[in-house]
Design a protein. Sequence first.
Length: 380
Amino acid sequence: MLDKKIIAQRFTRFFAVLALTAVCSFSLSAQDSTREIDEESKGFDAGEMIMHHIADAHEIHFIGDLTIYLPIIVYSDNGIDVFSSSHFYHNEHHFENTTPNGEVADEHYFKHGDYVMYHEHIYMTGPDGGVSFDPETGEVVNATVTDLSITKSVAGLFLTCAILLLIFVSMARAYGKRKGQAPKGLQSFMEPLVLFIRDEVAIPSIGAHKADRYMPFLLTVFFFIWIANMLGLIPFIGGFNVTGTISVTLVLAAIVFIITTFSGNKHYWGHLLWPPGVPLPIKFILVPIEVLGIFIKPAVLMIRLTANITAGHIIILSFVSLVLIFSQAGVGAEVGVGIGSTLFMIFMFFIELLVAFLQAYVFTLLAALYFGDATQEAHH
């Protein structure tokens, strides 16, 4: 085993390099935003810029004009169609949309063949060949299609899984070649984390004799969330927001729910559906609450992870927006605001590095606690 001081030094160096790299990346993103503002005559909209960075999209934007257009895969009355999203983004149309409250806004949509993309949603073209709206509700009335496209979040999910496979396959090979020897290289970095999940999360929460049964899932979900969170802190590789996407966290929470439900023993279900030692009138109040708790627990897992990761991205992007807002206002405080925002960004990045690990740890810990609660034996 490695000395704890050496492990701490390695983690500190890794986080420091990543934080400084990410700050430089956000500075480049700010320059891109400024360039877009100069090219367009309208003023800078901080909310639009922030939502554009954290929302899912059909493209991955790196810096400047460097963009990867992801494949569009749709299923409609025409069957399955596959084409590049560049066909959408290079065929933009403008129109004036009147909302139900009488406001008129300059809207835009993208068109390719029989399909249009409006606010990142794909529809069949309307009667006029574009986007059609209900005059009373202002909602899109175009026929919807089944969108199976590879979006930015899906690409980030694939990238995270590829990194996971690369790490653990190489670790497994290293252990096979170096049986009984001290960890080396990637092993020395990952082994303390694996032991941490086993000794500090799984065994105390589930029990030593049952922890091994759940270790594959706990390790997978911990490293998946952690790596996905770390990818989201490196904007120049696309600004992924995988665990900030509700559909991803919904699936993770659903898997925890399924494992907990099927792992539940007689003691677990007995306490939920007919708690012993509780007066009968109280049972009619307590049992519905316990049944709701079965669904509330995974829902809390989903919402906590999504909200915390998204909130961190919004805070960092808000500091970037401050510089652009003050530079447009022309109040002469750009330098001071820029320095202050940069310092706060550096501070927030170190916080987010902690949060990236902490959210993976909390999700894994709560999942282990749910498994332990479902499998515990009756106490006499």
